[in-house]
Design a protein around this ligand. Structure first.
Ligand code: NDP
Length: 321
């Protein structure tokens, strides 16, 4: 089968698209013919080595496809089932062996491309707005990269919770997209974010910041929070945040800080099923009309990564094996 992997960490030139032996499912795994895999920023972190893994590393943490065979202990899915997954690495490939407990069945009415496009970012928005900081009606949230893949989902799910959403994006064209998915106000990354947030909230600050940009937005995010607000730093698009002294949290208003990852919010089977079924229902009900930026051929993974890193995309990037 063909797969995209790295044997050395680095830039997009390290991505190899080559023939490798198809994996054999372990007793608890299902082998899935991948119909589409999602491109996520986490794939860039594994490519560059920011997130450690033992090479060779087949990239990709998300996909949808059809079960082709199952290991001896698997009873929850069978060959022919349409399934989707997130946070199981190795999706940039014709076939992937995925632990059966990480697979969810895709409703008949849902297109496999849409399922592949929604699992990781949709469930991320779900846990951020429902579990990490469960937003309540009338609360205010600041969402960075609001026109991006995860960002669009976070805006939509925060609005569903009744929150006021202030988005941040880098260009006027992205601002239009952010408004289109529900942002009440949109700031440009070049603005004085904290000052604008304070102005928009009559000096109060927001209840929560969902910050996926990391290093570049850290200070502005902390300065945008109300006293005892929640800082959710969940990504490193501009680089990882530097170490901090806990005293800083006191100085910024006794604020709370968390650095969550989807894996810990879907580790229990019932949590995975709750989040995935809500995301599928949101798709059915049109809570977010998922914008597919482009479906790239698997062999074009390097171009997809360049586009994502270069801030040239909005919405979701998919690869087609
Ligand atoms: P996006 O589609 O959001 O793309 C990244 C966006 O980040 C860009 O479009 C850009 O938007 C913004 N950005 C700001 N600064 C930079 C920079 N220096 N370089 C590149 N992009 C920058 O990607 P994803 O939806 O895949 O991921 C978004 C973030 O969410 C990532 O940091 C990812 O790691 C994180 N994430 C974390 C999860 C978790 O559980 N912890 C799960 C899922 C995603 P603009 O041009 O508008 O500034």
């Amino acid at each position: 089968m063909k797969a995209v992997f790295v044997t050395e960490f680095g830039g997009v030139e390290k991505l190899r698209h080559e023939e490798i032996p198809a994996p054999e499912p372990k007793a608890n795994e299902a082998r899935v013919q991948v119909h589409a895999c999602g491109v996520n920023f986490i794939d860039i972190y594994f490519r560059t080595g920011l997130y450690p893994a033992e090479p060779p590393v087949i990239l990709g943490m998300e996909g949808a496809g059809v079960v082709e065979s199952v290991g001896a202990d698997v009873t929850t899915v069978k060959p022919g089932d349409r399934v989707a997954w997130a946070m199981a690495r190795g999706s940039y490939a014709d076939m992937q062996c995925v632990p059966a407990q990480m697979l969810v069945k895709v409703p008949e009415s849902l297109d496999l491309d849409l399922a592949a496009a929604s699992m990781l970012q949709g469930m991320t928005a779900h846990y951020l707005t429902h579990s990490t900081y469960p937003l309540r009606t009338g609360e205010a949230a600041l969402v960075h990269a609001a026109a991006g893949g995860a960002g669009q989902w976070i805006v939509a799910s925060a609005k569903l919770q009744g929150a006021r959403v202030i988005g941040v994006v880098s260009t006027p064209a992205k601002a239009d997209i952010a408004r289109g998915v529900g942002c009440d106000e949109v700031l440009l990354a070049s603005d004085d974010i904290a000052a604008e947030v304070k102005r928009l909230t009559e000096g109060r600050g927001v209840d929560v910041v969902y910050d996926s940009v990391g290093k570049a937005t850290w200070d502005a995010s902390l300065n945008s929070l109300k006293p005892r607000g929640m800082m959710v730093t969940f990504g490193n698009a501009s680089g990882p945040v530097d170490p901090i002294a806990p005293l800083l949290l006191s100085q910024k208003g006794s604020i709370f800080l968390t650095r969550p990852t989807l894996a810990h919010y879907t580790a229990k089977r019932e949590e995975l099923e709750w989040r995935a079924s809500d995301v599928f229902n949101w798709l059915r009900d049109g809570v977010l009309k998922v914008q597919i930026h482009e479906v790239y051929a698997l062999g074009e993974a390097a171009r997809a990564h360049s586009d994502l890193e270069g801030r040239r995309t909005t919405g979701k990037l998919l690869l087609r094996p």
